[in-house]
Design a protein around this ligand. Structure first.
Ligand code: WTA
Length: 631
């Protein structure tokens, strides 16, 4: 790249070999071009993919902030992920290599994956599902979750994947809000040597979900589960039916037709359903994966996230398949049976590009270098990080011990809402540990103060995005007002990310963390409201407030403050009972680390809980401006 101005500080430069291998050598030139010619840049990216009918307009911004991309075009993301590869050598290339926690192995070529997706899509159609219907997918990390998502998209149904680590209340709320007609699940999955009983949770949730007509269940663990006659069907039986043949026409969709909704936590209230579309989302995930992780035919890509989160949607399922890449997927826990499970898999399967979260790196770091050193990790050429800020210490360990000092780390900042990487390096960009470097091509990020005025470099402020991008959320499903209010009203014309950050004088961005009521626990995104409502559903709790407190491995942990109902005593057992209650209702990730009973919660005069004050107290810091605190 152009050596005009060298960044300052502790810099990791890419090796000559990395630069030679990289698809894109001149980052600055493309960044400059895209910034001046936003639509032209994205049109060129889009033209590398197949469309049934080309677009009339690249970007339609006539009704801001309801931006539209590639309007007038017809497409289906599955056509690009599967159909088009059937006409090329990729038909016989591995699309997916999967390993179960119990060491079972399954592989799918592009041909085999397309065949099974078509079979299942035929089943879904025969069951009466059509374009626009919602389907909730609640599954472990097994190939069928990928197949289920693709089969839905193929027939134009909108999938709503609920992470398998969520429990009854979260699942029920999401099924109900989306009015799903079907739930696709599994009897269970293996995690840490135990069975996670998914079907049992589905049965519980469906007691309060009248919209669901059918449940399709994959047998994974084969333990005894209840099957409700007339409602529940076995996946393996359905795909043996004559209707489930291996040919199925892909539904022709408009570019702006919904592809999926994905629930995520935001400021207060219920989780909201972020809506992504076929056309723009497809172009965004393709282009980002291509430039950032630079996948080639010789690569074996492992995104160690769960398909139930956006990282899995964009970079396990859609992105890699659109690229025609070979993906690796592992069902279980990184430390089962020993803390070298991941490293052993990298060695055995020859992983070349590995993408995970800082919390996982910090967690594995604790076990020491000997575990990774037992394995030959020389197949790796690039590493990635996502989900929360990576502390320089973890970055350097990852770089030195896992990447053997030769693999650049792509620290990608993005969100469920953005659908694709927004602030990220590419392999040729000089890196600073802990910074996601600069905005992706065509994007312009900015740090502003409360009033929306840009703050000087080096100062902390709110991170906003100034340009629309193709994979951007289109709306909050069934709640367009919330879309406008939450993302576009604080600073007109700018997208509010909910994060605070700094920019240094080299233009590198440093994410600090959320400034709203979102807590990132081990990289998982939860809202304070969700955890609080799980707490108050316990008979002893009248009111609850939760905050995130920094934690060495998990990034944050939850501290809960509860006000008891009259007649209830703060017994020594009650904190544990409440922790368990949250785990049962919301999911283990929401389980508070600490529960404290209080007589009063700090509130503003208008009755809003001042979590900031609780946090300051918990950390022993000054309570700051408490002029709005009620008497
Ligand atoms: C945080 C995950 C620092 C951030 C893809 C963002 C990050 C939230 C990074 C979105 C990163 C994600 N560095 N922080 N590389 N990536 N975040 O919707 O706070 O689960 O707003 O999407 O994660 O979380 P979400």
């Amino acid at each position: 790249m152009a050596k005009a101005k060298q960044p300052e500080g502790e810099i990791y430069y890419p090796s000559q070999q990395i630069i030679e291998q990289a698809r894109l050598k001149d980052w600055d030139a493309l960044a400059k071009f895209a910034s001046k010619n936003l639509e032209e840049f994205w049109a060129k990216e889009a033209s590398e993919l197949d469309w049934y009918k080309p677009w009339d307009k690249v970007l339609d911004d006539s009704n801001k902030p309801f931006y539209k991309w590639f309007t007038g075009a017809q497409v289906n993301i599955v056509h690009n992920a599967l159909d088009r590869h059937q006409q090329t050598y990729r038909k016989n290339k591995l699309a997916l290599v999967w390993v179960g926690e119990d060491n079972s192995v399954r592989t799918y070529s592009y041909y085999a994956l397309n065949r099974e997706v078509s079979q299942f899509a035929n089943v879904l159609r025969a069951m009466g599902l059509k374009k626009g219907d919602r389907v909730t997918i609640y599954m472990p990390r097994i190939p069928e979750i990928v197949i289920a998502m693709l089969a839905c998209a193929k027939i134009g149904a909108i999938h709503s994947v609920v992470y398998g680590g969520f429990s009854v209340d979260s699942l029920q709320g999401r099924i109900d809000d989306s009015q799903s007609r079907m739930v696709i699940t599994a009897d269970g999955g293996f995690m840490n040597g135990k069975i996670v009983e998914l079907k049992k949770t589905v049965d519980e949730a469906l007691k309060r979900c009248p919209s669901v007509e059918t449940v399709v269940m994959v047998q994974r663990t084969k333990h005894q589960v209840r099957m409700e006659p007339g409602r529940d069907y076995y996946y393996h039986e359905l795909i043996k039916l004559p209707i489930a043949n291996g040919k199925c026409a892909t539904e022709i969709m408009d570019s702006e037709d919904p592809l999926y909704i994905l629930y995520t936590s935001g400021t207060t209230g219920k989780p909201k359903a972020i809506l992504h579309t076929h056309g723009g989302y497809m172009v965004g995930v393709y282009s980002t994966l291509k430039y950032v992780f630079d996948l080639n035919d010789t690569d074996r890509w492992w995104c160690a996230a769960d398909p139930g989160w956006v990282t899995g949607h964009s970079y396990i399922v859609y992105g890699p398949l659109i690229m025609g890449a070979t993906s690796f997927m592992y069902e279980g826990a990184p430390t089962y049976p020993y803390p070298d499970r991941w490293w052993a898999l990298i060695e055995k399967y020859g992983i070349t590009v590995f993408y995970t979260a800082p919390t996982a790196i910090r967690g594995l770091m604790r076990f020491g270098e000997l575990w990774p050193r037992k394995h030959d990790l020389s197949s790796l050429r690039l590493l990635g990080s996502v989900g929360e800020p990576i502390n320089p210490e973890a970055w350097k360990w990852y770089h030195r011990v896992i990447g053997n000092e030769k693999c650049p780390i792509m620290d990608t900042w993005w969100q469920t809402e953005t659908g694709m990487f927004m602030i990220t390096p590419t392999p040729v960009v000089p890196l600073k540990p802990g910074s996601g470097t600069r905005p992706f091509f065509g994007q312009e990020a900015e740090i502003v103060d409360e009033a929306g005025k840009p703050v000087p470099d080096g100062e902390e402020g709110y991170l906003v995005l100034n340009r629309p991008w193709p994979a951007m959320l289109r709306t909050v499903y069934n709640d367009p007002e919330r879309y406008v209010q939450q993302y576009w009203s604080k600073y007109p014309g700018k997208y509010t990310t909910g994060d605070s950050a700094k920019r240094d004088k080299d233009g590198y961005f440093w994410i600090i963390g959320r400034v709203d009521d979102v807590i990132k626990i081990s990289g998982y995104r939860l809202g304070t409201a969700e955890i609080e409502s799980a707490l108050v559903s316990h008979p002893a709790v009248a009111e609850a407030a939760v905050i995130g407190i920094p934690h060495e491995v998990k990034g944050s942990v939850i501290y809960a403050y509860c006000l008891l109902r009259s007649g209830y005593q703060a017994t020594p057992e009650l904190p544990d009972e409440l922790k368990q209650h949250v785990a049962t209702h919301l999911g283990p990730i929401g389980k508070p680390e600490q529960v404290t009973f209080v007589d009063k919660l700090p509130k503003t005069r208008s009755g809003k809980i001042m979590r900031r004050v609780l946090k300051a107290r918990a950390l022993g810091l000054s309570e700051g401006d408490i002029s709005t605190l009620e008497e």
